[in-house]
Design a protein around this ligand. Sequence first.
Ligand code: FMN
Length: 177
Amino acid sequence: MADNVITIYFSMRGQTIGPGMRIVEQEKGNTQVAAEFVQAAVGGELFEIVPDKAYPTDHMKLIDVAKQEQQRGERVHAKAVPADFAAFDTVFLGFPNWWARLPMPVVTFLEDVDLGGKRVLCFATSEGSGIGRMAQEVADIAEGADVDVDGALSLTGSRVGRSKKQIQRWAMSKMAS
Ligand SMILES: Cc1cc2nc3c(=O)[nH]c(=O)nc-3n(C[C@H](O)[C@H](O)[C@H](O)COP(=O)(O)O)c2cc1C
């Protein structure tokens, strides 16, 4: 366990897409579940990126809003950033796939904090498309960070609850390397 590690995630509660593209309700987002597994394995802090904007809880409305944000390049700041962020040297960063891109709250967060010199280990949830270019997007935005693009973890959102071992094995292997 190390105390210079932080697991940061963005995740939506409420409606989401489940297996077979059905809409399901969930109390906790898929990426949050994955982030909690990571943090339980590696220790350190857990931090949620909470957008300073209310997103629709209705999935179909959310996907429209997200698309518009991306098309307009809208910035969505977080309500807060981690206290004493400079003290962390390893960042596990979790996010969902939104239209094959990083959600704008994640883009904006990466712009708003200084990741220079930090090691960044990405994990993403999606319902089929995988992580795509999202870890590369993180590397492109986070200037001076050491982003492990090839070692990023891609998870199927609806299977995250059953993927604890896989997620924790990945996280521990990154801590050891
Ligand atoms: C706005 C939006 C766009 C999405 N776009 C995709 C996509 O392009 N490909 C995909 O496989 N899943 C897509 N999904 C599904 C999510 O990536 C998936 O359900 C993820 O696990 C949600 O994470 P969360 O519960 O932590 O918010 C999208 C979901 C949302 C809300």
